[in-house]
Every structure is written in C-alpha cells, then in structure tokens.
Design a protein around this ligand. Structure first.
Ligand code: PNW
Length: 475
C-alpha cells in the first residue's frame, strides 16, 4: 500500500453489487395483521418480564408492511443496486407448512418485489432471518429432526412463488447466532440455555436444512430461474492477544465460521477436524458415551458439500483471542469446547453492541476465506455500525464504512472474489435483544411518528456517493 493510493478513487469492478439490508421481524411490524400468525420472535418479545433491553417488541417496528413504498424511495435515493430483505415465514405460511398459504402475505412480497424491480433494484431474499413460525416451534423447532424438511418445503414454496423474479437467494441468516445466542446463551428466541448440547444439534439441522433448499433449487429451479443461492455466515475477525500463537486464531475461526463454512465450502466437507476432535474428547472426559457434536454420514457430507453459489459474509468487529488452558472441568459448553478466551483490546473503539472496531478487519477475514476455501465468490451480506443515540451527523459510521469499503477494495486487489457490499442497515430498526436502544440505520426512523418518517443521515449521502461513482473517493 503506497501513500499515493490514498489520493485516487478506488474503483470497483463493473456491476459490483452495492446494497443495504433489513430483516422482516426488524422492520415490518403488522405482527398479527392480514392472516399472519406468530413467530418465535413474536412470542419471545411478548414474554414478561421482557427479555429485550428496553422492553420493546417488533409489533410495529418501522411499519414497512404499510410503508414499503417509502422504503423503495429511499433505496432509490441511495442508488443501490440490490436490496437484501427477508421473508417472514409465518406471514406467507402461517402454520409453517404449505397446507395453508396466506395469500395476503404473499401479495405483500409480490408488491415489494415488483416495486423494487420497476425501480431497477434487485431483490436479494433471505429465506430465514430468525422468525420461525411458532407452530413449528411447538413441534420442536430447530431441535427437531423434521426441521430440515419443514425448511425444504418452505423454500420450495418461495422458489415457486417468487423465483421468477428473484435471482439472489440467501437460505439462512447467521446459523451461528441462531445456535449460540438462541440455544447456548438464550438471549434470542426461543431463549434456550443448554450449553454445549442444543447449539450443536440445532446447527446440525440448520446445515441439513440449508443443503436441502440448495439441492431443491438445483434440481427444479436453476435451469429456468437462473439465480444464485448462498448462505449468510457471521464471524468476527480474530486476532492473537499478545503472547498467544497463531493456532489459537485458527481455532477461533474454525469454531466460529468453520463450523458452518467447512461443511459447505471446504474440499473435504464435514465439520472442521479440530471441532470434531475437541468436542469428542471433552464429551468423553465429561462422561458422555458419544460426542455432543452430532455426526454426518457419508451421504450427508456429500449432500452439504458444495451447496452454495456464494458465501455471504456478515461481520462487525474484531476480537482478541488467547488459549484457554483448562476447559474440561467447567462442563459442557461451546465456549469451553473451543478452548478460546475472548478479550477486548483497550485501545480499540468499542461500539454500544460491545463490538470492537479494528480498521483492517474485513481484509483479514476475506484473506482467511480466500485461502481456506479456495476463493469462493463472496458477498459481504452485512456490515454496519451501531450508535446508542440518534444523530444525523454520524461521522463514526462514515469512518467505519469508509474503512470497510477500502478493505473490500484491497481484498479484491489481492484476488478475493468479492461480488458485493451490503450495509446493515437501510434504516434504524428493532435490534433484537437490544430493542430500539441501538441504531444501525443510514436513515433515521422516528419511532414516535405514526408515519415512521425516514430521514437520511450523513452516512446515507456518503454511501450515495459511493454507489454513484462505483468507487470510494480518494481523500
Ligand atoms: C446480525 N451477536 O445480528 C443480524 O443479521 C442482524 O439482524 C442484526 O440486526 C445485525 O447483525 C446487527 O446486530 C447479530 O450477539 C446479532 O454476536 C447478535 C450477534 C451477532 C449478529
């Protein structure tokens, strides 16, 4: 990197996909309107005492169910080529199965997609962004072996119904968060706290579910619809704390990203060897007669291997890691299995989500992916910056985006196959366990206003400049 490169525009490849993202439960509202039934997030946020930091819910959120046209307006203003949003499973299939289709729910997504296409914006549709129909939770949810079949059925329905217009699909959003935050820590729906056991079972079923959706597309839809099907995986950037060795960093990556990426993107398939070894060993020492990590048979390994056209990368921060010397005595847990201690760096900026900002994060992750998985096509399907107060002059967010975009540009110079960059988020929304106390939007949303007015922040103008030029301006 020479000094001069700071002063010239960093141009991106032609057709690079600039975008922004949202998710159904975080923006739509209308939680029980027009035939929609409850999801696990409706049930979770309605619990009392509330598991959400500010006691809020996504009942109304940004009211995008009513105001989707104003969403498309601001997407146009931003000049993005792609809008990543998710379908609420229980809005289109209220009991989770194709036995009952909610036509009004289907119409909502048809209208949104139509509105996007007629404004030259490509939809990138996430099939599952955490809002499992409550009816399926009552049958065991992701802990049930049947869950992969339910997801296959739902995916087929979506490919059938929306596939003629949708060319970019994301099967699952962040299966790591679903497994660990939903079933190890219990801070997300369905709020299960079963360390070291349920997370592995859920992850196992999620991987099978993802692969089933991919194979269905492959067999029945790809020839006609010609789309791409990927998965969005989240990972921190891991760096060695002082005194630690590289192997800790690699183990941290394998237990986090590798858990889901290795079965799909590696040459040999299956879970990372280090995960299988460590969990089997710990399980044995803890008195189990089997590994807490379920195993795939040979057919399943083949079935999952290669089941993605791209890797969607969601990433927000960097974590320092060091070796955990003594884990077995503390009992079953995903964290203990990884033998990794995570810590903060006092010199890095800490966001209100507790995430730390290290400017070269994305570049380092992208290099790891390139080397580990033989350079698969990647979309950065999410990155973004949280504020805990609302301000229109969001210079910290601009700085974060500038560094992140510079990282992606450099990664492309070093050969990474990055196809797009999608910012979380188009606008402020319901931030899961944090409720409305944290804001990620390029647009501010006034949650006291019955019209939920969206107002551009400075970062929206910054991003508009990037999408218009297809370049990051030199300083
Ligand atoms: C991702 N964690 O969530 C999600 O895909 C978005 O829906 C979300 O709004 C965004 O990132 C910002 O948080 C995460 O606890 C939530 O590690 C929690 C964690 C990670 C990602």
């Amino acid at each position: 990197d020479n000094l001069e490169s700071w002063f010239v525009d960093k141009e991106f490849p032609e057709g690079f996909h600039w975008g922004v993202a949202t998710a159904a439960y975080q923006i739509e509202g209308a939680w029980n309107k027009d035939g929609k039934k409850e999801s696990i997030w409706d049930e979770f946020a309605h619990r009392r005492p509330s598991p959400i930091k500010d006691g809020s819910t996504g009942d109304d959120a940004c009211m995008s169910y009513d105001f989707y046209k104003s969403d498309v307006k601001i997407l146009q203003q931003l000049g993005v080529r792609v809008y990543r949003f998710s379908i609420s499973w229980s809005r289109v299939l209220p009991d989770g199965t194709t036995n009952s289709v909610n036509e009004q729910g289907v119409l909502y997504y048809r209208n949104l997609i139509e509105q996007l296409l007629s404004n030259g914006i490509e939809p990138m549709v996430t099939l599952y962004h955490w809002d499992l129909p409550l009816a399926l939770q009552k049958k065991g949810g992701w802990l049930s072996k049947d869950s992969a079949k339910w997801f296959e059925d739902y995916s087929r329905f979506c490919f059938d119904t929306f596939g003629p217009k949708v060319k970019l699909w994301v099967t699952l959003n962040e299966p790591w968060v679903v497994s660990v935050i939903g079933f190890e820590k219990g801070d997300h729906a369905p709020g299960v706290k079963d360390p070291g056991v349920s997370p592995y079972i859920v992850a196992h079923h999620l991987l099978l579910a993802h692969a089933k959706a991919y194979r269905i597309y492959q067999q029945h839809y790809r020839k006609l619809q010609k789309g791409l099907v990927g998965i969005a995986l989240n990972t921190d950037n891991f760096k060695a704390a002082s005194g630690s060795k590289r192997d800790v960093v690699d183990r941290a990556f394998q237990f986090h990203l590798g858990w889901f990426a290795h079965p799909i993107f590696s040459k040999e398939g299956n879970y990372p060897g280090i995960m299988m070894d460590r969990i089997a060993m710990n399980s044995a020492m803890q008195g189990y007669n089997y590994s807490r990590l379920p195993s795939f048979n040979l057919d399943e390994i083949q079935f999952i291997k290669g089941s993605a056209d791209f890797l969607g990368l969601n990433s927000y921060g960097t974590t320092l890691v060091s070796d955990d010397p003594d884990t077995v005595k503390r009992g079953p847990s995903y964290t203990n299995d990884s033998k990794v201690i995570k810590q903060a760096n006092p010199y890095w900026e800490t966001t209100p989500m507790g995430w730390q900002f290290y400017p070269d994060a994305l570049k380092e992750i992208l290099a790891w992916i390139r080397d580990e998985y033989n350079n698969p096509p990647v979309y950065v399907t999410e990155t973004g910056f949280p504020d805990d107060k609302t301000m229109l002059e969001d210079r910290a967010r601009i700085n974060f985006l500038e560094e992140s975009i510079r990282n992606v540009w450099e990664a492309i110079q070093y050969g990474s196959a990055v196809r797009g960059f999608i910012v979380w988020s188009l606008m402020d929304n319901f931030e899961w366990a944090m409720g409305y106390s944290v804001r990620f939007g390029l647009y501010e949303v006034d949650f006291n206003d019955p019209k939920r007015t969206r107002t551009p922040r400075m970062s929206a103008y910054f991003y508009q400049n990037v999408t218009q030029k297809n370049a990051l301006s030199g300083v």
